[in-house]
Design a protein around this ligand. Structure first.
Ligand SMILES: [Zn+2]
Length: 235
C-alpha cells in the first residue's frame, strides 16, 4: 500500500507534466504576440499602400508641371509671334492659341492644387503609420519578453517536476512502475487515484459501501482497482 501511495505521487507528477505541456502549448503570451504581430503586419501593409498612392500623386504633379512648362513656352512663343504679325486673322488665331494654352495651364493649376492636398494627406498618413509601427514594434518586443519569461517559467517547472519524478520513481518497485505504465498508456484519465470520501478521483464516480469494504479487505498481493474505471485506487 505504501508503494501505491508513491505511485499516486508519480501519477500526480505525470498529470502535472501533462498539464504543463498543455499550458506551454496554449500560453496566452504566445497568443498576445501573434495578435500584436498581426496588427504590425496590417500597419506595414497600409504603409505600403499609402506610399504607393503618394508616389502616384507626386508623379501626376510632376506631369502637370511638365505640361505647364510646355503651356508657358507656347504662350511665350505665340506672344513673340504676335509682335511681328500684321494680318488681323493671323493675330486672332494666335490670340486664340494663347487663350487655349492659358486655359489648359489654369486647369492644370487647379488639378495640381487638389493633388497637392491629396499628397499632403498621404504624407500625414505615412507619418502617422510610421509612428504607429514604431509603437507596435515596442509592443511586440514587450510581448516577446513576456513570452520568453513564461516559457522559462514552464521549463523551470518542468525541470522541478522531472527531478521529483525521478526521486519518486526510485522509491517504487520497478514491476509496479511497469504495471502503471501499461495502465497509463491505455487511458486518458489518471491510472492511479485516491478516494474523496467514496468518490474515485480518476472517474469521479461514487463507490458503493459494498465496493468500498471489498476494496479495504483486498489481500496484500492484490492492487485495489476502481470497479468503475479500473484505475489503481489508494483506499
Ligand atoms: Zn474510478
Amino acid at each position: 500500500m505504501a508503494s501505491l501511495k508513491q505511485l499516486l505521487e508519480l501519477q500526480r507528477c505525470d498529470t502535472a507534466l501533462l498539464q504543463l505541456k498543455h499550458h506551454l502549448a496554449t500560453l496566452s503570451e504566445r497568443t498576445n504576440l501573434t495578435a500584436a504581430t498581426t496588427v504590425l503586419n496590417g500597419f506595414n501593409k497600409e504603409l505600403v499602400a499609402v506610399k504607393a498612392q503618394l508616389k502616384v500623386a507626386q508623379h501626376d504633379i510632376e506631369l502637370l508641371e511638365i505640361d505647364n512648362k510646355k503651356c508657358e513656352s507656347s504662350i511665350a512663343k505665340y506672344a513673340q509671334q504676335l509682335k511681328t504679325i500684321i494680318a488681323p486673322r493671323e493675330a486672332e488665331a494666335l490670340q486664340h492659341e494663347i487663350t487655349m494654352a492659358t486655359a489648359v495651364r489654369s486647369a492644370n493649376d487647379d488639378k495640381e492644387l487638389a493633388l497637392l492636398e491629396v499628397a499632403e494627406q498621404f504624407d500625414r498618413q505615412q507619418l502617422e503609420l510610421s509612428n504607429q509601427i514604431i509603437k507596435q514594434n515596442e509592443v511586440i518586443e514587450q510581448a516577446k519578453r513576456s513570452l520568453a519569461l513564461a516559457i522559462e517559467q514552464c521549463e523551470q517547472s518542468k525541470l522541478e517536476l522531472e527531478a521529483k519524478r525521478i526521486t519518486v520513481s526510485a522509491m517504487i518497485a520497478p514491476e509496479l512502475i511497469k504495471l502503471y505504465d501499461l495502465k497509463k498508456n491505455k487511458r486518458t484519465t489518471p491510472a492511479v487515484a485516491d478516494l474523496n470520501k467514496a468518490t474515485c478521483q480518476s472517474c469521479h464516480l461514487d463507490l458503493s459501501t459494498v465496493e468500498l469494504s471489498a476494496l479495504k479487505k483486498c489481500p496484500e498481493d492484490v492492487i485495489p482497482e476502481c470497479p468503475n474505471c479500473d484505475c489503481y485506487l489508494v483506499v
